[in-house]
Design a protein. Structure first.
Length: 285
């Protein structure tokens, strides 16, 4: 993902983190039991109408073998940014620890498609679908934020939520906003060089699981960041401050017309969520 400047205009109304973004403060919440419907964010009519004709969703057939249900595990899902960040620049611009002796802004607003569909809405909707799928397999799911209208939490707080939950895996969900010509594809970031044991082999294994899962479901690896879908990062607070296996997934580039259309569609978001959920299950198994 790329760093995004805070828009001082009150274009949005809400906020949270784990990517190159941050957030302000929030209480983690366990995912509902499989029989309870989770609060899933849906695309507004305005956002949906901004994309005339989404491209075909990648094939639903996966080349991965079936993964048995994994119970007794804890997964923290971190939907990047938050809907209220843009209207609270003072809150999200305040400095917080970002690891490696650095201080960074609490959070950012995130990016958006050229048609105006926001990254924070995409992140939240996908995270909710991933959480519902994992909870149905007996996995305990904790979210760093439970709505898309708040501010934050900050990057350090997001990392703290995963640490406090003693998560078996922490996955931060984002989308990128590169304006480079032809930039498209997903990538998975992990902290490097590692600052603790969890940031070493466990996090790189989780990163590969996410990369392989998305690729197996037909998604293309990034043409402009990292190598073969993996990106070693030393500057992301949510990754640096984690003591649990943690990665940040940039699902694609919202400024690429084809990927923007996919992310703006319910079918596209469901496809991203299914691939991420299956990859997390494979890692836990």
């Amino acid at each position: 993902m790329v760093a995004v400047r805070v828009n001082p205009l009150p274009l949005l109304a809400g906020l949270v983190l784990l990517t190159a973004c941050s957030g302000g403060g929030g209480t983690p919440a366990a995912a509902p039991a499989p029989s309870t419907s989770a609060p899933v964010t849906t695309t507004s009519a305005a956002a949906s109408s901004s994309v005339a004709s989404p491209p075909p969703v990648p094939s639903t057939s996966s080349s991965r073998p079936a993964v048995p249900a994994v119970t007794g595990k804890v997964v923290v899902l971190d939907p990047g940014h938050n809907g209220g960040n843009a209207s609270h620049p003072k809150d999200i611009n305040r400095s917080v620890p970002a690891g490696r002796g650095e201080m960074k802004p609490c959070n950012t607003t995130g990016t958006a498609t050229n048609a105006g569909y926001s990254e924070h809405a995409f992140n939240f909707a996908v995270a909710q679908e991933v959480g519902t799928a994992l909870a149905a397999k007996g996995i305990k799911v904790v979210y760093t934020r439970t709505n898309d209208t708040g501010v934050g939490p900050c990057v350090d707080r997001r990392a703290e939520i995963g640490n406090d939950a003693e998560a078996d895996a922490v996955v931060s969900i984002h989308a990128d906003g590169s304006t480079s010509a032809g930039a498209h594809g997903f990538h998975v970031a992990y902290s490097s060089p590692p600052l603790n044991a969890a940031q070493g082999a466990p996090s790189t294994r989780l990163a590969r699981a996410l990369r392989d899962g998305l690729r197996a479901d037909g998604f293309t690896t990034s043409t402009y960041i990292g190598s073969a879908g993996l990106s070693a990062r030393s500057d992301l607070g949510g990754l640096n401050l984690s003591t649990r296996p943690t990665v940040l997934v940039e699902c694609g580039n919202m400024r690429n017309s084809a990927e923007a259309a996919l992310m703006s569609s319910a079918a596209g978001r469901a496809k991203y969520a299914a691939a991420i959920a299956e990859a997390i299950e494979a890692y836990l198994a």
